[in-house]
Every structure is written in structure tokens, then in C-alpha cells.
Write a protein that binds this ligand. Structure first.
Ligand code: COA
Length: 257
């Protein structure tokens, strides 16, 4: 399928999703976000796809935020709906049973930072900059930033970044645990592929169960330990468990795909 604001291609089983509005620093308009939702609903389940790398077109930005020109005149009701719709899309990224890596190649601000944080892992190029500058606009993050930033880097530093709107460097993001790895710009995609390929050698069912069990820690009303017990038990009913344990016993590498 083709999209108006995103480029997609599959390379060695990795689905590349490139945010493609470089003249607007890849600002996320509503149509673009809906397209992200469509990709996770329709393209990612393709059995050929082993994982997703999300990145931005051009050298300046992953995404410099939600498209301010689109919501500047919104009412309370429209603002609430914008946020609720954005949340649903971020959730579809976060709950993807296949690994999703944000390859952040420049500004990841506001909604861009929130989209990167909805991905399972972040790899940042050395020139990346992260931040939630919404306070400068008289608003707060609306696509999960108040929650996911604090989940990822802790309350003290998280609330500081949210309240000040300060941007942080890739190096700081790496130190705070927001970015899993920081690499030179020309190694960004290769490092992202490396991570997906390593995970692709593991049991896909187990990887999907890890997404659910980890998510339970952050989901209201769920007991993460109970979620782990259930997920662990489910693994025992899979061919992949049989293959993994048999391969160990036979002193060979498992073959899950
Ligand atoms: N929404 C809409 N348009 C945006 C945008 C956003 N979040 N971020 C950048 N753009 C547009 C600019 O309006 C400009 O468009 P124009 O050329 O038609 O005027 C273009 O992208 C280039 O941006 P510009 O500001 O000229 O680049 P810069 O290098 O001088 O500054 C930033 C880069 C990221 C510091 C600056 O663009 C910025 O502050 N963006 C908004 C960040 C933000 O508040 N994000 C949270 C939104 S909720």
C-alpha cells in the first residue's frame, strides 16, 4: 500500500517506515498519524515482516512534533479528540508483537519524541535532539509524553524536561536510558537493522509475549507478575518452545522461522 506522508519498503524482512514531510521537519499531521495506525494494522502483520524500523526523511528530523499549524485553532473538544486519537495510534505501535525500533536521525520533539517512545527501542544518531517543548506553546504533551518519558527516564528528570521544555542531546538521551544506543549518523540504520536481526533469531511468540508482559507493568488494573505467569504458561503450548528446548538438548541452534 502507498501512503501520502510515509514511505514504506521491506528489506530483508524489515519494514522501514519513513516519515516523509522533510520540508516541515516531518511534523506529524493527523493524516500521517492515521497512516501510522494503518501500517501497524495492515502491513506489520504480514508474515514476511520480522520487525519495524521507523525513521525520518532528510537529515534534520525524525519528527519535530505534532503539526502545530493543524491544531493551533482547535477547541477544547477538538484538542481532546486529537489527543485520544493520537493515544490509540501510539498504543498500536507500543503493543506491536514484533520489535519496533525508532531510528532517530535529528529532532524528535513533542509528538516526534512521543512516537519514538511508543517504539520498543530507540537508536539515536549523534546529532539527535529529544524534548517535549509543548509548554512553550501553552499546552502539554498529548500523545503519551507525560507518561512514557517518566516511565523511561524516571520522575525527577522526566518532570524537569516536561516543565522546562528543554531539549537534550543524543548523548544525554543515551545516559538517561531514553536511547538504547547512540551512533554516528551514517551507522544509524545499520545499527537498527542489527538489533532487529538479532531479535528475529529468537522465538517470535516469546518476543510477542514479552511485549504484553512488560506492558502490564504500566497498565492500570493489570498485575504484571500475573501477566508474566500467564504469558510464561502460554509459551509451553507452542511449537517454538518445543523447538527451542529440543535444540538446546540436541546441542544445535534453534530454528524458529
Ligand atoms: N509543526 C508544524 N510545522 C513545523 C513544526 C511543527 N511541529 N516544526 C517545524 N515545522 C516547520 C516550520 O514551520 C518550517 O516551515 P516553513 O518553512 O513552511 O516555515 C519548517 O518546518 C522548518 O522549520 P524551521 O523552524 O524553519 O527550522 P529550524 O531549523 O529553524 O528550527 C525547530 C527547528 C525544531 C527548533 C523548530 O522548527 C521548532 O521549534 N519546531 C516546533 C517544535 C515543537 O514545538 N514541537 C512540539 C509540537 S506539539
Amino acid at each position: 500500500m502507498s501512503y501520502n506522508n510515509l514511505l514504506t519498503n521491506i528489506e530483508d524482512g524489515i519494514l522501514f517506515v519513513t516519515i516523509n514531510r522533510p520540508s516541515k521537519l516531518n511534523a506529524l499531521n493527523m493524516e500521517l498519524l492515521q497512516e501510522v495506525g494503518q501500517i501497524f494494522a495492515n502491513d506489520v502483520p504480514n508474515p514476511e515482516v520480522i520487525g519495524v524500523i521507523m525513521t525520518g526523511s532528510g537529515e534534520k528530523a525524525f519528527a519535530a512534533g505534532a503539526d502545530i499549524s493543524e491544531f493551533a485553532k482547535f477547541s477544547v473538544e477538538e484538542g481532546t479528540k486529537l489527543s485520544a486519537d493520537g493515544h490509540a495510534i501510539m498504543r498500536s505501535v507500543e503493543l506491536c508483537p514484533k520489535p519496533v525500533v525508532a531510528a532517530v536521525n535529528g529532532f524528535a520533539l513533542g509528538g516526534g519524541c512521543e512516537l519514538a517512545m511508543a517504539c520498543h527501542m530507540i537508536i539515536a544518531s549523534e546529532n539527535a535532539k529529544f524534548g517535549q517543548p509543548e509548554v512553550n506553546l501553552g499546552v502539554i504533551p498529548g500523545y503519551g509524553g507525560t507518561q512514557r518519558l517518566v516511565q523511561r527516564i524516571g520522575r525527577s528528570k522526566g518532570i524537569e524536561l516536561l516543565m522546562t521544555g528543554d531539549l537534550i542531546s543524543a548523548e544525554q538521551a543515551g545516559r538517561l536510558g531514553l536511547a538504547n544506543y547512540v551512533v554516528p549518523a551514517d551507522e544509524l540504520i545499520e545499527k537498527s537493522k542489527w538489533l532487529i536481526r538479532r531479535i528475529a533469531k529468537k522465538s517470535p511468540r516469546a518476543v510477542g509475549e514479552i511485549v504484553k508482559a512488560v506492558d502490564a507493568l504500566y497498565t492500570d488494573g493489570q498485575d504484571g507478575f500475573k501477566a508474566e505467569i500467564d504469558a510464561f504458561g502460554r509459551c509451553f503450548g507452542t511449537d517454538e518452545f518445543l523447538e527451542g528446548t529440543t535444540a538446546f538438548m540436541e546441542k544445535r541452534k534453534p530454528s524458529f522461522r
